[in-house]
Ligand binder design. Structure first.
Ligand SMILES: C[S@@+](CC[C@H](N)C(=O)[O-])C[C@H]1O[C@@H](n2cnc3c(N)ncnc32)[C@H](O)[C@@H]1O
Length: 269
């Protein structure tokens, strides 16, 4: 199979990856045939899936703008994916040009594309890292060069925790991050849920288990809310993706009461 110039030499082009399937759902161009096929099959099961991806991206934008308006000037975006328009550094730097952003992803395509796009912007960096080893991410010298953990930071876990199984201990990863960040910091989370559309969630989970090396775990509202333990959840709470502080009608991609994702922002007091 022909390997496009943007793909790292050692990338596996025969197995769908969550980063590239999500890119395909958003209409991006950094995905392979295997990703497009898997994404198309998922859309055949749940036709509004691209709207869920758009809804999630719109939540990320609103959350970053909210944190920037609250005075946050440094961000750690874990599971940042393949950069697309409206990336964290663009949003944060639109509010404060000196905002610093560290992107972290486990997927080599996401990391190499992020590096290519960011170029030599001195306020941003990209690390290949694993949320399951959150302490190692925080100890990374490239992160420490940009992020002062004694100052408030915005940590983004947007559409990534549902890629960790219970055996991966996602609660432990979140707790490590929560305990490492300074008072005044924020944690923004979005997560696919089984609560609102259990049948669609079950179909998609089965499809992911069959087509990708990475399962998708659709968690319940109480399980997702538990990730905010030890934090003060800001208004409006842990809610459906489009219901988190919508700004314009364009933010309302999914039908109310039928979102496949929940989202919230917690502050460390
Ligand atoms: C659905 S994408 C979300 C991208 C972006 N956060 C957004 O919401 O638009 C999930 C990303 O998480 C990454 N990911 C999956 N498991 C990870 C892990 N254990 N550590 C870091 N990143 C991970 C995937 O490679 C993928 O790029």
């Amino acid at each position: 199979m022909h390997r496009p110039a943007w793909a790292p030499g050692d990338v596996d082009m025969d197995t769908a990856s969550p980063a590239r399937m999500y890119d395909a759902l958003l209409g991006g161009s950094h995905n392979f045939e295997v990703d497009r096929r898997a994404a198309a099959q998922a859309v055949a099961m749940v036709p509004d899936l691209p709207l869920v991806a758009l809804s999630n991206r719109a939540f990320l934008r609103r959350a970053v703008r909210h944190l920037a308006a609250a005075g946050i000037r440094q961000f750690i975006d874990i599971g940042s994916g393949i950069p697309t328009v409206g990336s964290t550094h663009e949003l944060a730097q639109a509010v404060a040009p000196d905002s610093r952003v560290v992107y972290v992803d486990i997927d080599p395509v996401a990391v190499s594309q992020s590096r290519a796009i960011l170029g030599d912007d001195p306020h941003t960096t990209v690390i290949e890292g694993d949320l399951r080893a959150a302490d190692r991410i925080l100890a990374d010298n490239r992160l420490r060069a940009l992020i002062d953990l004694d100052q408030p930071v915005g940590v983004l876990l947007v559409a990534v925790l549902h890629l960790l199984t219970d055996a991966d201990d996602p609660g432990g990863a979140v707790a490590s991050l929560r305990d490492a960040i300074a008072p005044g910091s924020y944690l923004a989370i979005s997560h696919l849920t089984s609560t609102l559309r259990p049948d669609d969630a079950a179909q998609l989970a089965t499809h992911a288990a069959e087509r990708s090396r990475v399962p998708i775990i659709f968690r319940s509202r109480p399980e997702i809310t538990a990730f905010f333990t030890g934090l003060t959840v800001v208004e409006p709470g842990v809610v459906e993706l489009p219901a988190w502080r919508p700004e314009t009608p364009d933010d309302l991609h999914e039908e109310q009461g039928r979102s496949l994702g929940l989202a919230g922002v917690g502050r460390r007091d």
